[in-house]
Design a protein around this ligand. Structure first.
Ligand SMILES: Nc1nc2c(c(=O)[nH]1)N[C@H]1C(S)=C(S)[C@@H](COP(=O)(O)O)O[C@H]1N2
Ligand SMILES: [Mo]
Length: 386
């Protein structure tokens, strides 16, 4: 069997005119996805040099919704783009001459890295948004983050190398043949313009099919919005009390919230003690890193009031320990400025009802502009170091 050559691929649809146009949209999606990904990484960092802001309260909901939507949008675009350029894999490479050799190696190498890292990012992101974690060998967050830099670096090199061609074909009519391979003659039922439009339409469908998990009015058109269904109080449930293994401890009538300073318990508050403190109501979203989000009306006590009730100031980071014994999210850190924010609650109620066991009963953290993963449920203790 002989390897195919570029002339075996006759379709006129495969042209720089198409690749560049789809590429521009793909580049935009990747750019927004990368920047919003950086925001998410920053929001989850335990103590970043520049503190993550507590306002606007809906900020993370917006950026993470954009992150997952632009990632979804990129999937059909990447497929069409790869389809439109892959015959070039079979091109014979002319390796004579130093300058050309360097350029070829740079171009081909950056494309190999770009394609591999782009596919890796979209596949792992998609699986994560579907809450399916088939990997055990590596941490999703650190790998997805590291590969994002690889992908964006390779993308910038690729755009720089291709810029002259991109500018030229974008300036011309899409059907111009200036840059086509001489063998590209075949015409079919689909025009180039039609192909680009279909790619964009497919991308729009991919976004709509998932965006319902963030935008309530889109729910009916989102068959894949993983958590588009409602949980108690109109907020979906991410991990149930049973799955977290906390049913007994969380429903124990003898529950007390422990306040710990430098490793020693200095006070403890029962539910009636918490109810006796000033009660506040805040409308704040749960915005999961997996892309879904939902707004809730939370009632409860300010974290700063709880600390003040035991004589503590809110000028330090507050460790939040869950009743959950296993799992990465059982302990989180509420940075000092989050703990001090008036909207940051130890929530006892959702939508006017006591918290459901699955939403974190007896109490949970709910803070503005905070990734869902850090909104710790079934709080066992608040811990401060002096
Ligand atoms: N203790 C504990 N708290 C947790 C989690 C968890 O697994 N354990 N999951 C977090 C994640 S990833 C999200 S998105 C929110 C979801 O809150 P909800 O289930 O009430 O919607 O809870 C967060 N709090
Ligand atoms: Mo989450």
């Amino acid at each position: 069997m002989k390897a195919p050559a570029p002339e075996h691929f006759g379709s006129r649809l495969r042209s720089p005119a198409v690749a560049a146009r789809v590429g521009v949209w793909l580049g935009l999606s990747f750019g927004v996805c990368f920047l919003t990904g950086l925001v998410s990484h920053w929001a989850q960092a335990p103590s970043p040099t520049v503190p993550f802001p507590t306002s606007p309260a809906w900020g993370y909901r917006l950026t993470q919704g954009l992150h997952v939507s632009t990632g979804m949008a990129a999937i059909p675009l990447l497929l069409v783009k790869l389809w439109s350029v892959y015959p070039r894999l079979f091109e014979r490479v002319d390796l004579t001459g130093g300058r050309r050799l360097v350029l070829t190696v740079l171009e081909r190498g950056s494309i190999a890295v770009l394609v591999a890292s782009a596919i890796f990012q979209l596949v792992t992101g998609l699986l994560n948004a579907a809450q399916w974690y088939p990997w055990t060998a590596f941490s999703f967050r650190s790998t997805h983050y590291a590969l994002a830099w690889v992908a964006i670096g390779a993308l910038l090199v690729h755009v720089a190398v291709k810029l002259p061609v991109i500018r030229d074909v974008i300036a011309r009519d899409i059907d111009e043949t200036q840059h086509d391979r001489p063998t590209a003659v075949e015409t079919g039922p689909v025009s180039r313009r039609g192909l680009v439009r279909s790619a964009l339409a497919a991308s729009g469908v991919a976004v709509l099919a998932t965006a319902g998990s963030t935008v309530p009015v889109l729910r009916s058109v989102s068959p894949f919005g993983v958590r588009s269904g409602d949980g108690p109080g109109g907020v979906p449930i991410n991990k149930s009390a049973r799955a977290a293994g906390v049913v007994d401890r969380a429903s124990d009538a003898a529950y007390r919230l422990r306040i710990v300073v430098d490793g020693t318990e200095v006070a403890s508050l029962g539910l009636e003690d918490l109810r006796a403190l000033p009660q506040r109501t805040e409308v704040l979203p749960i915005a999961c890193v997996e892309g879904w989000s939902a707004s809730g009306t939370w009632g409860g006590v300010r974290v700063s009031d709880v600390l003040a009730a035991t004589g503590l100031a809110t000028d330090r980071d507050v460790g939040v320990m869950s009743l959950q014994r296993k799992g990465a999210f059982r302990r989180t850190v509420l940075p000092a400025h989050f703990a001090a924010d008036d909207r940051t609650l130890l929530a006892l109620d959702l939508a006017g009802e006591p918290l459901d066991l699955d939403h974190g009963f007896p109490c949970r953290i709910i803070a503005p502009n905070r990734p869902g993963v850090l909104q710790t449920k079934w709080v066992a203790s608040l811990e401060v170091s002096t």
